[in-house]
Design a protein around this ligand. Sequence first.
Ligand SMILES: Nc1ncnc2c1ncn2[C@@H]1O[C@H](COP(=O)(O)OP(=O)(O)OP(=O)(O)O)[C@@H](O)[C@H]1O
Ligand SMILES: [Mg+2]
Length: 237
Amino acid sequence: NPLGIILGSTQVVLDRQRPWEMREKAASFIMDEVMRLDTTLKAFLDFARPATPVLVEANVAEVFEETLSAIEERYRQEGYTIRRDFARRLPLMEADPGQLRQILMNILLNAFTAMPDGGEVVITIRSEKEPEMKKSATSKNDKRFISTRNPFTVPRDWLIITIADNGCGMTTEQLNKIFDPFISFRSDGIGLGLSIVSQLVKLHRGYMEIDSREDVGTTFTLFFPCILKKTAAREAV
Ligand SMILES: Nc1ncnc2c1ncn2[C@@H]1O[C@H](COP(=O)(O)OP(=O)(O)OP(=O)(O)O)[C@@H](O)[C@H]1O
Ligand SMILES: [Mg+2]
């Protein structure tokens, strides 16, 4: 617990009997822990109260492209490439572009982490009428797959986004816990990235399917309802 480290180190700093180097080292422990707590706390606050989305008619492909082109150079240097396969003329969705960006980044950073030696992440966007649930297509007992879909959503057009890596993947046990807050299977993870994603996807009335195999890779599929076509308004123009 970082507070314990801070408390112990403060005692060392205040103890005049101790050698100076030891007190100096303790002070730098305090600084490290405070900085780490600061990041955790920020993530926690984001998680505890995600901002009410400010909805606009958004083009997901544009929002994603803006985000990716802003960050990809940096990750290219670390050995990561991001391949896009975005369908043309995608329908718009009602979304908060900042939150779409956060969804993309949280999933993308996990994908990079799953491939410590670099690799390729493939992102696709397409639209479909009432997509079939994948589970019914694969074997009934395939526990490597989970879905957050509410079966009572009304039929309409959906935007379908996939983000796939060929990294370390997850065990079925891990897969079933990844949306729980503060669940992380990494030594340096906070475990909030996907809890935030899950909240933001719900705020946009969407759902997710995740397919993961150990040592093979992971695919996140996100489904978002599109804006219903405003035919009347369009005809009037
Ligand atoms: N693409 C992926 N491949 C393999 N494991 C993944 C992938 N995405 C998520 N995970 C697993 O799910 C866990 C939870 O992910 P989440 O983003 O919520 O937390 P985190 O990445 O550990 O920490 P944080 O995002 O808060 O810094 C991760 O620790 C990792 O074990
Ligand atoms: Mg994460």
